[in-house]
Design a protein around this ligand. Structure first.
Ligand code: GLA
Length: 393
């Protein structure tokens, strides 16, 4: 009988769970070990009250350190009762009642990165437990995995989730160590491409055995992988650090890049107490619509003009998003004559010759029409800031 149910035998990923990059919030960047049921409920309330849900954010993801340090006698993971006294099912219900989805974290190794029990050898049990709670998203980490083959280990969990029967977005988090872009699309909906992000524009924080990376470092850590990203399989540039201490310009640039690069948009700040500038950035619908464009093409860097980088994202209906990014701390004057530029996508079949084709310009961050590509752009861009246009025909 089973021979006629190949899905059950070989497994597969749940299809079509992430036609556009997943949007949500994750506890790790701000809260680390200090997570609780109350925090998650308050984040869910803020999603509804402060416009995040309306802007498209959906998943609330509990990262590492949510369980007890040991499994129970039956082998099950146990939510730490001091942090989650009502248990995960009730918490998931709370989140679902608000029209949102809930995510959790585990690890392919014996222990998580924070030294809690990992899922190795317990994949099926854990997947069933998560399904019984109503979990919608699993971030699956890669600590304590000596001797494991990444593709196999992630496939084991993929199959366990599928067999458990509840659709779960599966986030691969091996930091890009095992080239997940080559196999991730059949395994999960997104894969991290770098070590952990840090709340700084271009720094590296060296912890000895590992490093954390500033925004621009994450952007540049890989080359030639945009061709692997697309609907239902995204390069994940990590949880965002918008609102975690950078300047407003840097926050805007960070968010713009994650949108241009079709990354998952997972907020990592305390959204309950975010200042108006941060909320404005994170909920800018025009910028988000670039990220959520259904063609799902990741931007590429077209050119450097002195310290200004020009990033370009082909979009549906022959539209484009074009971002001028000032890498310097000092302001820069930009003069850009569209008609001198022909742009062609290095990986996909998109081309534009601005001397032959004219587009209307919409300035995404001012929210205003900005003439056409028949005019020369003359602008000052503040240090570490961006000027972003949506081009339509
Ligand atoms: C790894 C991941 C982080 C976070 C921590 C939790 O470092 O890359 O995003 O989940 O583990 O311990």
């Amino acid at each position: 009988m089973l021979f006629f149910l190949p899905g059950l035998i070989f497994g597969q990923k749940f299809p079509d769970l992430a036609p556009t990059p997943p949007m949500g919030w994750n506890s790790w960047n701000t809260f680390k070990i200090n997570i609780s049921e109350n925090l998650i409920k308050e984040i869910a309330d803020a999603f509804v009250k402060d416009g995040y849900k309306d802007a498209g954010y959906k998943y609330i993801i509990i990262d590492d350190c949510w369980s007890l340090k040991q499994r129970d006698e039956a082998g099950n993971l146990v939510p730490d009762p001091a942090k989650f006294p009502g248990g995960m099912k009730a918490l998931a219900d709370y989140v679902h009642t608000r029209g949102l989805k809930i995510g959790i974290y585990s690890c392919a190794g014996t222990r998580t990165c924070g030294d809690y029990p990992g899922s190795k050898g317990f994949e099926s049990l854990d997947a069933k437990l998560f399904a019984s709670w109503g979990i919608d998203y699993l971030k699956y980490d890669w600590c304590n995995t000596t001797g494991l083959d990444a593709e196999k280990a992630y496939t084991t969990m993929r199959d366990a989730l599928f067999a458990a029967g509840r659709p779960v977005v599966f986030g691969i988090c091996d930091w890009g160590d095992n080239q997940p872009w080559l196999w991730g699309k059949k395994t999960g909906q997104l894969w991290r491409i770098s070590g952990d992000i840090a709340p700084c524009f271009d720094c590296v924080i060296d912890h000895g055995s590992y490093k954390d990376w500033g925004v621009m470092k994450v952007v540049y850590v890989r080359k030639d992988i945009r061709k692997y990203a697309g609907p239902d399989g995204w390069n994940d540039f990590d949880m965002m650090e918008v609102g975690n201490g950078m300047t407003v310009s840097e926050n805007r640039t960070h968010f713009t890049l994650w949108c241009m690069l079709a990354s998952a948009l997972i907020m990592g700040n305390d959204v309950r107490s975010a200042d108006p500038a941060t909320v404005g950035i994170l909920t800018n619908k025009d910028m988000i619509s670039v990220n959520q464009d259904t063609l799902g093409i990741q931007a590429f860097k077209y050119k450097d003009i002195d310290s200004t980088e020009v990033w370009v994202k082909p979009m549906k209906n022959k539209e484009w998003a074009v971002c001028f990014l000032n890498r310097k701390k000092e302001p820069v004057s930009l003069e850009f004559n569209w008609t001198e530029h022909k742009i062609s996508d290095p990986d996909f079949d998109f081309k534009v010759d601005f001397s032959k084709e004219k587009f209307r310009l919409f300035n995404i961050w001012t929210g205003k029409k900005a003439g056409t590509t028949g005019n020369v752009v003359k602008a000052q861009i503040a240090g570490h800031d961006v000027l972003v246009f949506r081009l339509s025909n």
